[in-house]
Design a protein around this ligand. Structure first.
Ligand code: NCD
Length: 355
């Protein structure tokens, strides 16, 4: 593995990703064989933002590997409430532990944390940006239930603007051959251009539609997402988008017999409960695959503790990130860093263009 952190799943080659998903499949078949794989290892979960599944999935994964956990999910009860910076919290906690997982409401926070950690950092969701371990979950699920990760027509529905799960998933699935995408959303919640550009640069096609009905007959995978209430500027803006997309039995009747319906959860109202009993609904199984995927990832990252440092994006004192949701706006000591893309420089933390 070229890097010890997991900030973006695309840091892994497809071969490395396949190795991890293979290991996840082996763990799912014989979990007890791995029950002391992380004995004597300690993981910290730094959850600055609410989470049920991801946090507990990481915790269950580490405990099932025989490791131990510390952490917080209520930053208000930690020194963060006293104004401690991300840098200081991470510097201290990485000294106590062998691996850090971090969830944060601000884009690029995991990348920022990795600059100051002496142990591997795993991005458990950074604002509306990325969520690589959810994508690992999705890839393990697809390998098990669809039997492949290539040559799929993948529909993504809901809040494609603010949903970090769909951003990560798109960036990953575009690397597998023959996948194409149908983005189902309102105009306001459309997939960001930087993701569409990435998909195109990988040679994949995508289309954009505004109803589930017009897409569902052609899909192999339908990835439903909730409208991300917490990312809207005002309650009115959220209300205008709420409840637009609902997958129900009537729409499922239009779908292929082997459609695979996924959802990162939590569900709000975008999948009606009748769909839960449809054999094509895999979203609860998906959560279990997520735990096995995280077990495999933790084994990989903690056993490569001495491996070489990741190549850090270069400090670029000229670069100014204008994304108000970027961690560099909040933690102002962070060095400006950029990455070159075919469309110009983007912020290394949040991937936004400078203009
Ligand atoms: C997702 C997240 O936090 O981004 N949930 C998860 O990790 N399983 C999806 C969401 O909150 O909508």
């Amino acid at each position: 593995m070229a890097t010890r952190n997991l900030i973006d799943l695309n840091q892994l080659s497809l071969e490395e990703l396949d190795d991890i998903t293979d290991m996840a499949c082996r763990i799912s078949k014989h979990p007890t064989h791995y029950s002391s794989a992380c004995r004597d290892k300690l993981m910290a979960t730094l959850f600055y933002e609410p989470s049920t599944r991801t946090q507990m999935s990481f915790q269950s994964a580490m405990l099932r590997l025989g490791g131990k956990i510390i952490g917080f999910d209520n930053p208000g009860s930690t020194s963060v409430a006293k104004g401690e910076s991300l840098k200081d919290t991470v510097t201290v906690l990485s000294g106590y532990t062998d691996i850090l997982t971090i969830r944060h409401p601000v884009e690029g926070a995991a990348m920022a944390a990795s600059l100051y950690s002496s142990v591997p950092v795993v991005n458990a969701g950074d604002g509306g940006h990325l969520h690589p371990t959810q994508t690992l979950t999705d890839v393990v699920t697809l390998r098990n239930v669809a039997g492949r990760t290539d040559n799929l027509v993948i529909g993504m529905c809901g809040d494609l603007a603010n949903g970090r799960t769909v951003h990560s998933l798109c960036k990953c699935m575009a690397r597998y051959g023959g996948n194409s995408f149908v983005f189902i959303s309102t105009r306001t919640l459309a997939m960001p251009d930087y993701i569409k550009d990435y998909v195109t640069a990988c040679g994949c096609s995508f289309s954009e539609v505004s109803t589930i009905e017009e897409a569902i007959p052609y899909l192999d995978v339908l990835y439903m997402t909730r409208i991300q209430q917490e990312r809207f500027e005002s309650p009115e803006e959220y209300q205008a988008q709420k409840g637009v997309f609902v997958l129900d039995g009537k729409k499922m009747a239009l779908a292929k017999p082997d459609l695979c319906v996924l959802h990162p959860l939590p569900r709000v109202d975008e999948i009606s409960y009748e769909v839960d009993d449809d054999p094509r609904a895999y979203y609860f199984q998906q959560t279990l695959y997520g735990m096995y995927g995280r077990m495999a990832l933790i084994i990989r990252l903690t056993s490569e503790h001495e491996s070489r440092q990741p190549e850090k994006p270069r400090t670029d004192s000229e670069f100014v990130c204008r994304n108000p949701k970027c961690i560099t706006q909040l933690e102002t000591y962070l060095p400006p860093m950029s990455i070159d893309t075919p469309k110009g420089k983007v912020c290394a933390y949040c991937e936004h263009h400078s203009h």
